[in-house]
Ligand binder design. Structure first.
Ligand SMILES: [Zn+2]
Length: 417
């Protein structure tokens, strides 16, 4: 009889922090600059330059920690993580080894109505490496714009048991961090990416199998596909009596397979040692309390409240609070509310179950009854923005034709008042 296997999965999620300047110098973090435009002697690793820690990065890391139920350490330090790569001019990465800024968190992840608690070992601050651009005729160019970009790495316990759980965990982190403004979450630009550690073992066994790391997964779908592929590949190896190697693999999305890249280093290979140029990171209890007080209601708590207040299903409330589409509605309405000085009113034109045209006609008619003449109606492809405008654009109208939008509108209107 074939052995039944169980997958053991842990994720290391890297999120680029939404700060104006880099982690240890004042160079800009703006995306899309000319190669080597945002580089100084510090992030170019020139001898004699001294790093200076960006306080905003510490604040964002701590807020991520609060959101993920971590303890934020009062004392943490930066270490040098040594390795050689042409786009790493210092010869080491600035990272937090021990102690890091946040420890001992967790996240509850629901897949198929089953909720499991995934432990979060640690969150540490680190900076990014530059980029090698492999050009024509065998020429390789180095672009250091990305060198020194502020990141947090969120390391989970090996608590996930399926590819679906891994994808759900990453989605949850994405939702929370974008909501908090910790990262812009733009996965195509690499603002959020993860490495997945995957092993398998006979069901019921307590010992870990040989671990394989899949690097640089930058979409939820790739996480699911790569982990699924890797679980099946490892099963096939064990069934064939082939030994598994501890190694790093890359996911080839086009071919839907993972491929060996190099054998995997252990932590001691990096020769971590405390960076003598950087003082310890101190987060006083007063500072931690002040940052915690700034935390908004988080999406999942908000979803739970929507279920209660608006009699929505958990799924509906989840879509409303997690989906990027709904996030946009929240963001725009929130922004307009802040700009209320220049606005007379925000109008939610509602017709649940009706199409946009019907809701738009209703809104136009309703406003004309109040003497407000519509002079412009448009559907610019992003219907959450202004679909209708008046001559002086002092009234913003949002079309609503689903229960989810209605609930958001009600909830946001309450917040705006
Ligand atoms: Zn710099």
């Amino acid at each position: 009889m074939a052995t039944a296997y169980e997958a053991v999965i842990g994720l290391e999620v890297h999120a680029q922090l939404q700060t104006a300047s880099k982690l240890l110098c004042s160079c800009s973090t703006k995306f899309g600059a000319e190669p080597n435009e945002n580089v100084c002697e510090g992030c170019a690793g020139l001898p004699g330059s001294l790093p200076r820690l960006n306080e905003k990065a510490v604040e964002l890391a701590a807020k991520a920690g609060f959101a993920l139920n971590c303890t934020v350490n009062e004392y943490s330090i930066f270490s040098r993580k040594s390795y050689f790569y042409p786009d790493l001019p210092d010869g080491y990465q600035n990272s937090q080894f021990t102690p890091p800024i946040c420890v001992h968190g967790y996240l509850d992840v629901t897949v198929n109505d089953r909720t499991r608690r995934i432990g979060i070992t640690r969150i540490h601050l680190e900076d990014d490496a530059g980029k090698c651009v492999h050009g024509q005729a065998g020429v390789t160019l180095v672009d250091l714009n990305r060198a020194g970009m502020p990141l947090i790495e969120i390391v989970s316990e090996p608590d996930m048991r399926s590819a679906e759980e891994a994808a759900a965990y990453m989605r949850h982190i994405h939702t929370v961090l974008v909501y908090l403004g910790v990262t812009d979450g733009n996965m195509e630009e690499g603002s959020l990416r993860c490495d997945a550690n995957v092993s398998i073992r006979p069901k019921g066994s307590e010992t870990f199998g040989t671990r394989v790391e899949i690097k640089n997964l930058n979409s939820f779908r790739h996480v699911r596909q790569a982990v699924d592929y890797e679980i099946e590949r490892q099963k096939a190896c064990l069934e064939d009596g082939e030994p598994l190697r501890q190694e790093t693999r890359l996911f080839d999305a086009a071919r839907q397979i993972t491929q060996a890249m190099r054998s995997k280093e252990d932590a001691h290979d990096y020769r971590y040692f405390p960076n003598p140029d950087l003082p310890p990171v101190i987060v006083t209890p007063e500072q931690a309390a002040a940052w915690r007080a700034e935390m908004p209601e988080l999406p999942h708590a908000r979803a739970a409240r929507f279920v209660k207040d608006y009699a929505l299903s958990g799924e509906e409330a989840g879509i409303m609070t997690q989906d990027a589409y709904c996030y946009r509605i929240r963001k725009y309405i929130g922004a307009y509310a802040f700009a209320m000085g220049g606005l007379d009113a925000i109008v939610f034109a509602a017709g649940v179950g009706e199409n946009d045209d019907a809701v738009r006609a209703k809104a136009t008619q309703g406003l004309e009854n109040f003497g407000i003449k519509m002079d412009h109606a448009r559907n610019n492809g992003n219907r959450n923005e202004c679909d209708l405008s008046t001559a002086d654009s002092k009234v913003k109208i949002f079309l609503i034709n689903t229960n989810e939008e209605l609930a958001i509108a009600r909830d946001t209107y309450k917040l705006c008042k």
